[in-house]
Write a protein that binds this ligand. Sequence first.
Ligand code: ADP
Length: 496
Amino acid sequence: MEKRIKTLYIVTIIAIIAFLGMQAYWLYGRYEFSLMEYERGLCERIMRCVEEYNDIRDNTSESKTDFSGNKRDDEVSVPTFSLSQQYGDTVKTTRTARIMTYRYSAHELLGLKPGTPLTDEQRKRVIDIVQGRTDNPVDSAVYDASGAKDENEAWIASKNVQLERKCQFTAEGIDSVLAKSGITAAISLAESDSTVWEVRQDYNPSLFRPSVSLTIPYSQLQGRTATIACRVNPFDVIPGMWLTLIITLLVSCLLIACLVLQFSTVLKLSRIDRLRNSFVTTMIHELKRPISTLKMCVSGLDNERMMTDKAVKTELLTETRNALDNLAAYFSKLRDITFNDVEQIPLNIRSVNLHELFDSVAAAIIRPSGKEVTITNDIKPDLLVSADASHLYNIMVNLVENAMKYSGQEVRISAGASEKDGFVKLKINDDGNGIPAADLKHIFRRFYRGKASAGDQPGMGLGLAYVKLLVDAHGGDIYVESSEGIGTCFTITLPQ
Ligand code: ADP
């Protein structure tokens, strides 16, 4: 059985660890998924901010700043795009984007007074007029646009060059737009010889320091890119997982509680099994004593010679009566201890003189041979208490017997009592072995036997449980103070 319990214990622990591991792994997967979703959403928000920023750049600077960056209130730069495809030996296509910039006075072209603000409509008309002319451009640049997927992409890239000329993409500019959307990011701008076409998204799904980084080619043909790196706070991701977390937590707790409960039930059953075995063994041991006394007395009574001696006859009869009393007390203790409800214990309450009762206990109790026992009665001679005398007697007997059992060669036992507020406090002291602190809170439990002191002493661990049961039945209270090697004091409070 022990081996089985050990195996069950190990298997239960492994099952709990495996289950928790699986749950953690599953939760991590779920967290990674939520994090990716969150990061994807964040990228979309960043892209929207970039578009917004491009709109701002497009709208605020048009007709104010020319390609060289000078403020020219009355002039407008108009780029034209030409895309050419060159075919080599094979089907390889080379695409170039030509951007030519003409400079005209928009107001002159439209016949307006210089400084008059231009409407969108008027701006479009300026571009139409310029595109219809064949004048020499003030600037002409050719870019390799072979990397573009199609002409449309090359055209958009050309427009981005124009936009960059109108109003430069700056880290501060995009940062302020991102900040307005509540995004804090580290921004760096870079320029390379090669053209970059695709937006690159890098996700870092780390558990504690997740981050996302976007490389945006804001002017593809000029190889200009902006890298926007954002750190993600894991607590921003967790709210999306509340339901999953709560369900997982509940299921885990339920399952672990089930396993623990199962295991503790098995343990309890095995403890009960052990207790039953030791109970039977101890009962046999305890019953043996009065039975062998009775046997001895009966054989004495059978002996005619002994029967003729009056003194021997009286002694035999007293021994027989004592043995039978012991048996009766033993069985009533067994019967009482099986009561779960203190109400079931029959009580015959009357006024009892505590001093006299303790005296009768001290007189009747059988001292272990070879042990020097001193019993002192310090209870006031006239102290009365309302109690069932036989139960109170049993309580005292149990406590005095224990004091004698759990002590060395010599033991001093004393009883004292005091009365206060309608209650009587009865104290039974001894200077025996004392009770280890670890045992103190268990000693009133049924079948509990102190680890250090109980080994070589007969007993079933029922005495104190029985005492407590009787005290409870009287509506009283019992507690113990003890120090190992110094002694023990049981205090019983009973209503007077
Ligand atoms: P039992 O004496 O049959 O073991 P009890 O219920 O009477 O059962 O006592 C429970 C335990 O409390 C004992 O096993 C013992 O360890 C401890 N105990 C009780 N009384 C004393 C005492 N006076 N001194 C030291 N230990 C005690």
